[in-house]
Design a protein around this ligand. Structure first.
Ligand code: ATP
Ligand code: MG
Length: 464
């Protein structure tokens, strides 16, 4: 399918900066692999209806890009010359949403098609700026961008060339303003326009570059990659609520592990997770293993369509930063358990200044961490009470994760694995066995077993 598309596409030599044309390259239906019936029939009918009403309308962005790559799109976006009010007037099931920029959501049962009015890029010359419509701060970051524009301008303001492809399902033509098809063929993420300026306008584009590179297995084109490291600190000025949304997109799309590697490499991890980034410096092997194992598990679950909880992810991302803090508090005379509680509290509070993790996730992060202190204490009825705890499963999985990263837990994960599998009398024996070895989990621990076990363990116990 792609072969047909690429064979028919003759790319002329171009200069690196000339990414946007006012006249697009037009690919007719025989020159690309897209087929109208592959797209959401609702999205196609919206485009038809808007065109019949005299507006320009196209399928655009991620859905066109993904279809060209043979990937099932997450959602279908429509871009049109109609204003949000005009779109709403055409559809009964339409709602205008958004404050920063108005969009229309058209509902078809559970499917929502997002319809956006063509937008213009920011005027580059400050004197041109209409201060009611748009504004930038002193570093060039766009603060408001409520400017409608033409189709050509809409293509120009998009982030990457591969995201600026427009598909008209009526004529079955693709409009390519920025050589996006060329970059799809060469598997490249390339910013439209001057990369440095585009990142300064919106530093989140640096994260988007990484997200698409990891998801599509594309490279970041040289000129688009070079400014990232020097501009990475600009992420510190992005509102924490927006970064939370972006971080979820980075880590819940099934490609979290390669994303993490790329974030670290491009120095984007530090402004997002400063404390974890320090841990990566001080205990590199342990921190790296723990985080990448957690992300690999998450990727697997996403691919198997299993639910994933952001709390587990954040618990893992931040855990390696805890020991240094616990130690610092203990050195000031705080006993171990309160020190752990205080360190956890401090760390989450600090992290939320960068990434606004909502309370519904910070609470379970704490519970997963608390569980790590409770899992060693199994005597009497404690083990059964823990098993009944709704957070047990996450806590147990987290314990296994820590062991995989090399934490010495004295066979605790294996004990819990056996305990869950055992019958009533087996469980009683296991608890009795604990008692005889005075296993309480309080005070200095005694070794329960001399070695062995299913999982390989190495290194020091980084939780203490
Ligand atoms: P996904 O598959 O993740 O949804 P997508 O390309 O559809 O990928 P969205 O975040 O849904 O990504 O954005 C839709 C489109 O809006 C993008 O394809 C891009 O053209 C444009 N866009 C989104 N965010 C930005 C941005 N920060 N700067 C410029 N253009 C953007
Ligand atoms: Mg999208």
């Amino acid at each position: 399918m792609l072969k047909k598309l690429f064979q028919s596409f003759r790319s002329p030599l171009r200069k690196p900066q000339q990414h946007v044309r006012t006249t697009p390259e037009v690919l007719s239906s025989s020159q690309h692999s897209l087929q109208r019936n592959q797209f959401s029939r609702y999205a196609v009918s919206i485009v038809e209806r808007l065109q019949n009403a005299g507006y320009q309308a196209y399928l655009v962005g991620g859905c066109v890009r993904d279809m060209m790559l043979g990937i099932t799109p997450k959602d279908f976006d429509v871009a049109t010359s109609a204003t949000p009010e005009q779109v709403r007037a055409e559809f009964r099931n339409a709602r205008i949403i958004g404050r920063r920029f108005k969009l229309v959501h058209i509902h078809f049962g559970r499917e929502i098609i997002e319809v956006a009015t063509f937008r213009a890029n920011h005027p580059q010359d400050d004197e041109d700026e209409d201060s009611n419509q748009s504004s930038r701060n002193e570093s060039g970051r766009i603060l408001r961008d409520n400017v409608y524009g033409t189709l050509e301008e809409d293509a120009q303001r998009r982030d990457f060339t591969i995201n600026a492809l427009y598909y008209d399902p009526v004529t079955e033509r693709v409009l390519d303003f920025a050589n996006g098809v060329h970059d799809i063929r060469n598997r490249l993420i390339r910013l439209i326009g001057d990369p440095q300026q585009r990142y300064k306008e919106d530093p989140v584009r640096m994260l988007r570059a990484v997200r698409f590179a990891a998801k599509l297995d594309f490279g970041i084109e040289k000129h688009s990659a070079t400014p990232i490291r020097p501009l990475a600190p600009m992420l510190r000025d992005i509102p924490a609520a927006r970064l939370f949304e972006e971080v979820l997109k980075l880590f819940l799309n099934g490609y979290a592990e390669p994303t993490f590697e790329m974030l670290v490499d491009l120095e984007l991890f530090e402004p997002l997770f400063p404390a974890s980034s320090k841990a990566l410096e001080y205990t590199p092997t342990y921190t790296h293993t723990l985080i990448s194992e957690a992300l690999a598990n998450t990727d697997l679950r996403v691919k198997q369509n299993k639910p994933v909880t952001p709390a587990f992810l954040f618990a893992a991302l931040l855990w390696p930063a805890l020991p240094a803090r616990v130690l610092r508090l203990q050195e000031r005379g705080m006993p171990p358990i309160p020190a752990m509680q205080e360190a956890a509290h401090e760390l989450i509070t600090e992290q939320c200044q960068r990434i606004a993790i909502p309370k519904r996730f910070t609470m379970p992060i704490r519970e997963i961490w608390d569980m790590q202190e409770r899992l060693p204490r199994r005597s009497g009825k404690r083990a059964d009470l823990l098993l009944d705890n709704p957070r047990f499963r996450a806590g147990y999985d987290f314990l296994l994760l820590r062991e995989t990263a090399g934490e010495e837990t004295d066979g605790l994960g294996e004990w819990w694995t056996e305990y869950q599998d055992a019958n009533e009398s087996g469980r009683r024996d296991m608890i009795r066995d604990l008692g005889s070895k005075s296993e309480t989990g309080q005070g200095p621990r005694k070794r329960r077993r001399s070695g062995g076990g299913k999982r390989k363990r190495a290194g020091a116990d980084a939780s203490e």
